[in-house]
Design a binder for this molecule. Structure first.
Ligand code: AGP
Length: 593
C-alpha cells in the first residue's frame, strides 16, 4: 500500500502540504515515513526518513527550511523489511533522482539483473530499481523519455513521484494500478494517493489513468501516455465537505464511526428512499432483473456484507447470488452463468484484488456495479454503475459504518427487485433501535468480565453466521485476540476440541426460528467449560442473555446484531491499551494484490 504526496508551486508551503497530506494518508500504511524538501539556499534536497509514524517524521524534520517543492511517503512494507534504509524517499546511485512509490514492481529482480548489475543499491526495495533505471537511461535520452521508457518496462503497480535534482522545480508522476490524483490550486499542484491529501488546498482534481505520467512545472501539468503522446485531462470537482473528519468528543475514530451508524442509515434513506429523489440509477435494478445470477465480489469486511447481500437477494428476492473472495475470483476459474451481473463491494473503491477481477470481467460483456464509500475512487469510475455508500469518511482502519451502509444498500437493491422488505420503514426502525442500543450499552463491563482469554469464538446460524464472521474479523483486527466465526452447528464437527475452561463463545441469536438450535450448540460448549456470552434480539431472547437488542425486520437483523460485536472489539482493544484506529500490520486501503 503506502501513501505518497508531493507539492510543487510558488508558495513556500511544501512542507506543510506534504506533512498534512501524509497525516491524512497514514491510513494507507504506517511502518515508516519520509520527506524530501528543496533547500533553495544550498540548492539541495534535504531528506528525512525513519521507521515510525508521521508524527515522528514531523519531529525529525522540524528544522527543515520553508520550501516550494517537496514530496513524502508513508509506508506499508512490501519489498524489504521495515528499516530506515527501506523507508522512502529513495535516491539513484549518484543522488540525481529521488522517488517515492506506492505499489509493487513484480519484475524488479529481473530488471536489476538485466540492466543494473553494475549499480550499487542501498535498499531492498523495488522502488530503487525504478529510480536507478531512470538514472541509467537519462545518460542517453531526455529525462521524460527515460521515465516513459522505464515505466514501459515495469510489470506491476506504481504510483510514483520523481524529482530530478538537476531540474528541481519539476515533479514527474507516473501511474499504473495504484491510485494517483493531481489537484490544482492557485499557487501550485499537489499529487497524492488520495483526494484526502488535496482537499484542504484544491477544488478540482484529475485522476491519472493507468500507464500514463504527468510533468508538473511552472504551475502547469501536462499529461502523457507512455509513448509520450499528450493526453487531455479531465478535471473533476472535489467534494471538500466529504473529506473533513475530526474525532470530536470521541477518544477514537472507530468509536465515533460506530456511533455515526444511525445517522448514516438516515442519510441513505433521505438520498435513496424519498419518493421525489431516488438517486440510485434505475438501470442497476434492470440489470439485476435481466441477469440470472449475481456475483458479489469483495474482500474482508466488505465480503461479509456481501454474504448478507446474498442472503437478502436469495431469501427475499429469489435471485441466485454467489459471493467470491476477490483475490480468488481474479485468477480462479469459477463457473459463470450465461447472464451474470457483478456487484463489487469496496469501502475504499481502491482494493487491488477487485481491480484484478475487473480486468478479468472486462474481457466479457458483463456489467459491473461498484458499491463504495468513495464516489471518485478508481473502482467507482471504472465500473459501469456505482452507488455511493454515503457513510462519510471512515478513518479507523477497522470498518464499521461502511459495513452497515453496505448492507443497507444491498437491502435497497434487493427491495427494488421485489424483496418486499418495506425498506424505508424497516431501515428507519434499524436506525432507531441502533440509537437506543448505543445510548444504553454496557459492553465494556461484559468485555472486562468475560473476554479474558487469548482466543474466542463467535457462533450463529444463517445470517447470524455471516455476522459472526465479521464480528470475529473485527476482534482479531484491533484486539489481536484469536477469534473465529462459525456456523453454530459446525463447531461440533471438529473445532469444539479447542474449547477449554473459560474459552469465550459468543452466540448471536438474531433469528427467532433458529434460536433453539443455536442455544443447543451453546449448551454443547458450556458443557465443555466455555464462557458463554449471548447477544439476542428481543423476540428470541431469554432474560439471562447478556445483551438484548430490540426487534427489527427479520431481514435486517444483521445490521443491528453487528453493533454489539463492534463494541466488543473496541473495548477489548481499549482494555489492552492498543492502537485502535491504526492496528499493527494493517492499512485501510489495500492497493496491492
Ligand atoms: C475491515 O475492517 C478491514 N480493514 C478489511 O477487511 C477491509 O474490509 C478489506 O480490506 C476490503 O477493503 P475495501 O472495502 O476498501 O475494498
Amino acid at each position: 500500500m503506502c501513501g505518497i504526496v508531493g507539492y510543487v508551486g510558488s508558495d513556500t508551503k511544501a512542507k506543510d502540504v506534504v506533512m498534512n497530506g501524509l497525516r491524512r494518508l497514514e491510513y494507507r500504511g504506517y511502518d515508516s515515513a519520509g520527506i524530501t524538501l528543496y533547500n533553495a539556499r544550498f540548492r539541495i534536497f534535504d531528506t528525512y526518513k525513519d521507521i515510525g509514524r508521521v508524527e515522528h517524521l514531523a519531529q525529525i524534520s522540524k528544522l527543515a527550511m520553508p520550501s516550494t517543492i517537496g514530496m513524502g511517503h508513508t509506508r506499508w512494507a512490501t519489498h524489504g523489511a521495515v528499516t530506515k534504509n527501506n523507508a522512502h524517499p529513495h535516491s539513484s546511485q549518484s543522488g540525481r533522482f529521488i522517488a517515492v512509490h506506492n505499489g509493487v514492481i513484480e519484475n524488479s529482480d529481473e530488471l536489476k539483473k538485466q540492466y543494473l548489475s553494475d549499480i550499487y543499491f542501498s535498499s531492498d526495495t523495488d522502488t530503487e530499481v525504478i529510480i536507478q533505471m531512470i538514472e541509467k537511461l537519462s545518460i542517453q535520452m531526455s529525462v521524460e523519455n527515460a521515465i516513459s521508457t522505464t515505466l514501459k518496462l515495469l510489470e506491476g503497480s506504481y504510483a510514483l513521484l520523481i524529482i530530478d535534482t538537476h531540474n528541481p522545480e519539476t515533479i514527474y508522476a507516473g501511474k499504473n494500478k495504484s491510485p494517483l490524483v493531481l489537484g490544482s490550486s492557485k499557487d501550485g499542484h499537489i499529487i497524492a494517493s488520495d483526494i484526502m491529501a488535496l482537499s484542504d488546498y484544491c477544488d478540482s482534481f484529475v485522476a491519472l489513468k493507468d500507464e500514463t505520467f504527468t510533468v508538473v512545472h511552472d504551475n502547469r501539468a501536462h499529461f502523457f501516455d507512455l509513448n509520450h503522446q499528450l493526453i487531455e485531462p479531465e478535471y473533476l470537482k472535489i467534494d471538500n465537505d466529504f473529506y473533513q473528519a475530526e474525532k470530536g468528543e470521541f477518544e477514537h475514530y472507530m468509536l465515533k464511526e460506530i456511533y455515526e451508524q444511525p445517522s448514516v442509515i438516515r442519510r441513505i434513506i433521505s438520498r435513496y428512499l424519498l419518493d421525489e429523489k431516488d438517486e440510485i440509477d434505475e438501470h442497476i435494478a434492470q440489470q439485476i432483473e435481466l441477469s440470472n445470477r449475481l456475483y458479489i465480489l469483495a474482500a474482508g469486511t466488505s465480503m461479509h456484507a456481501g454474504y448478507i447481500g446474498k442472503f437478502l437477494f436469495e431469501k427475499y428476492a429469489h435471485k441466485p447470488a454467489e459471493v467470491h473472495i476477490a483475490s480468488e475470483f481474479a485468477y480462479g476459474q469459477p463457473w459463470i452463468s450465461d447472464k451474470p451481473f457483478y456487484i463489487f463491494i469496496s469501502q475504499s473503491g481502491e482494493t487491488a484484488d477487485l481491480r484484478a477481477c475487473l480486468t478479468k470481467i472486462r474481457k466479457t460483456d458483463a456489467k459491473v456495479l461498484t458499491i463504495t464509500n468513495v464516489k471518485t475512487s478508481t473502482l467507482a469510475r471504472e465500473a459501469d454503475f456505482s452507488v455511493d455508500l454515503l457513510a462519510g469518511p471512515e478513518i479507523a482502519v477497522a470498518s464499521t459504518k461502511a459495513y452497515v451502509a453496505q448492507i443497507a444498500i444491498l437491502a435497497i437493491l434487493a427491495d427494488k427487485i421485489g424483496a418486499g422488505l418495506d425498506i424505508k420503514a424497516s431501515l428507519n426502525r434499524v436506525a432507531l433501535v441502533m440509537d437506543k442500543l448505543l445510548k444504553e450499552q454496557k459492553i465494556s463491563e461484559i468485555v472486562k468480565e468475560k473476554l479474558v482469554k487469548r482466543n474466542c469464538f463467535y457462533i450463529g446460524r444463517e445470517c447470524d453466521y455471516y455476522t459472526s464472521l465479521e464480528a470475529a474479523l473485527k476482534l482479531k483486527e484491533i484486539s489481536y485476540i484469536q477469534a473465529e466465526g462459525f456456523a453454530a452447528g459446525e463447531l461440533k464437527h471438529g473445532t469444539i476440541a479447542l474449547i477449554e475452561k473459560n474459552t469465550p463463545v459468543i452466540a448471536l441469536i438474531g433469528n427467532r426460528e433458529l434460536s433453539a438450535h443455536t442455544r443447543s450448540n451453546l449448551k454443547e460448549v458450556i458443557a465443555r467449560g466455555a464462557q458463554p456470552i449471548v447477544i439476542a434480539m428481543r423476540n428470541a431472547s431469554l432474560s439471562s442473555d447478556d445483551i438484548i437488542v430490540e426487534d427489527v425486520h427479520e431481514a435486517l437483523t444483521s445490521m443491528i446484531m453487528v453493533v454489539p460485536t463492534q463494541l466488543i472489539a473496541y473495548y477489548a482493544a481499549l482494555d489492552r491499551d492498543l492502537d485502535i484506529d491504526k492496528p499493527r500490520n494493517l492499512a485501510k486501503s489495500v492497493t496491492v494484490e
